[in-house]
Design a protein around this ligand. Structure first.
Ligand code: ADP
Ligand code: MG
Length: 243
C-alpha cells in the first residue's frame, strides 16, 4: 500500500565544518503539493534543496521519496525522479535550446536522437518556446533561458521539481513569464518545492508556505494563514518586509 508521502524529510541536519546550517528540519510533501519556502539569506534554503537531490551530503536525518531513502538510490535514478531549476541559468552555450533539453534525455535516459528530439520539442512547447528551439542561449532573454531550464527538468518526467529562486536573477519584466509557466505546472499537478520570494506566486499557487530561519522551520501552513494570521512574530516581521 502506498500511503507514503512523495517526499519525507525527517530531522535533517547539515553542517559545513563547524557551521550548522540545518538543525532538524522535518516535513512531508504529498503528490501535487506545491510548497513555497521563504527565509532570510543564509537560513539554509538552498542547502535544504541540495540535500533533497543529494548535491550535498548531510550528517543526520533521512530524506525519502515514496518511502525509499535518497541516500540509497543510485544517482541516475535520483536525477530522473527529482528535477532542479537553479537561480543561475546554467545552459550549455554551444547547444541550442533543443540541444540543451535533449542532452539529459540522451545521456541520462539513454534515448535515441529522434525520440529525444520529439520529447524535447513537446517540453519546449509546454513552456512556450517551440519557436526558439534552434536558438542558442546567447540569442535568448533571461526569462526564455530559465524556461528552457524548466523544459530541461520536465523532460526527465520528474516526480518532484525543486526550484531555487528561479526568478531572482531576472530583470523584473521577465519574472512574470517564468512564474506563469510555474503556475501552469502547479495547476497541472506537478509536485514542487520552490524557494522564492515572489509572494504573488505563493498566494496563487502554493498549497503550503514554509518559513525557514537559522536552519529551522519557524512556521509552516497554508499561505493565507501565514499571510493573515501568522503564529510567530518572526514570520510576521519577515513577511511584512517581503510584501
Ligand atoms: P540560503 O539559500 O537560505 O540563503 P544557504 O543554504 O545557501 O542559505 O546557506 C546557509 C549557510 O550555509 C550559509 O551560512 C552559507 O554560508 C553556508 N554554506 C552554503 N553553502 C556552503 C558551502 N558549499 N560551503 C560552506 N558553507 C556553505
Ligand atoms: Mg539560496
Amino acid at each position: 500500500m502506498s500511503s507514503e508521502p512523495l517526499l519525507r524529510v525527517e530531522d535533517l541536519q547539515k553542517s559545513y565544518g563547524d557551521e550548522t546550517v540545518l538543525r532538524g528540519v522535518s516535513f512531508d510533501l504529498d503528490k501535487r503539493d506545491v510548497e513555497v519556502v521563504i527565509g532570510p539569506s543564509g537560513s539554509g534554503k538552498s542547502t535544504m534543496l541540495r540535500c533533497v537531490n543529494r548535491l550535498t551530503e548531510f550528517q543526520g536525518g533521512t530524506i525519502s521519496l515514496d518511502g525509499e531513502s535518497v541516500m540509497e538510490m543510485d544517482e541516475n535514478t535520483l536525477r530522473k525522479r527529482v528535477g532542479m531549476v537553479f537561480q543561475d541559468i546554467n545552459l550549455f552555450s554551444h547547444l541550442t535550446a533543443l540541444g540543451n533539453v535533449t542532452l539529459g534525455l540522451r545521456k541520462v535516459r539513454g534515448m535515441g536522437d529522434s525520440e529525444a528530439e520529439s520529447k524535447a520539442m513537446n517540453q519546449l512547447e509546454r513552456v512556450g518556446l517551440k519557436a526558439q528551439a534552434d536558438s542558442y542561449p546567447a540569442e535568448l532573454s533571461g526569462g526564455q533561458k530559465q524556461r528552457v531550464g524548466i523544459a530541461r527538468a520536465l523532460a526527465m518526467d520528474p516526480e518532484l521539481l525543486l526550484f531555487d529562486e528561479p526568478t531572482s536573477a531576472l530583470d523584473p519584466e521577465l519574472v512574470g513569464e517564468v512564474l506563469e509557466v510555474m503556475r501552469d505546472l502547479a495547476e497541472g499537478g506537478m509536485t514542487m518545492l520552490v524557494v522564492t520570494h515572489e509572494m504573488g506566486f505563493a498566494r496563487r499557487a502554493a498549497s503550503s508556505l514554509m518559513f525557514l530561519d537559522e536552519g529551522r522551520i519557524v512556521e509552516r501552513g497554508p499561505p493565507e494563514q501565514l499571510f493573515e494570521n501568522p503564529q510567530r512574530d518572526r514570520t510576521k516581521e519577515f513577511l511584512d518586509r517581503l510584501t
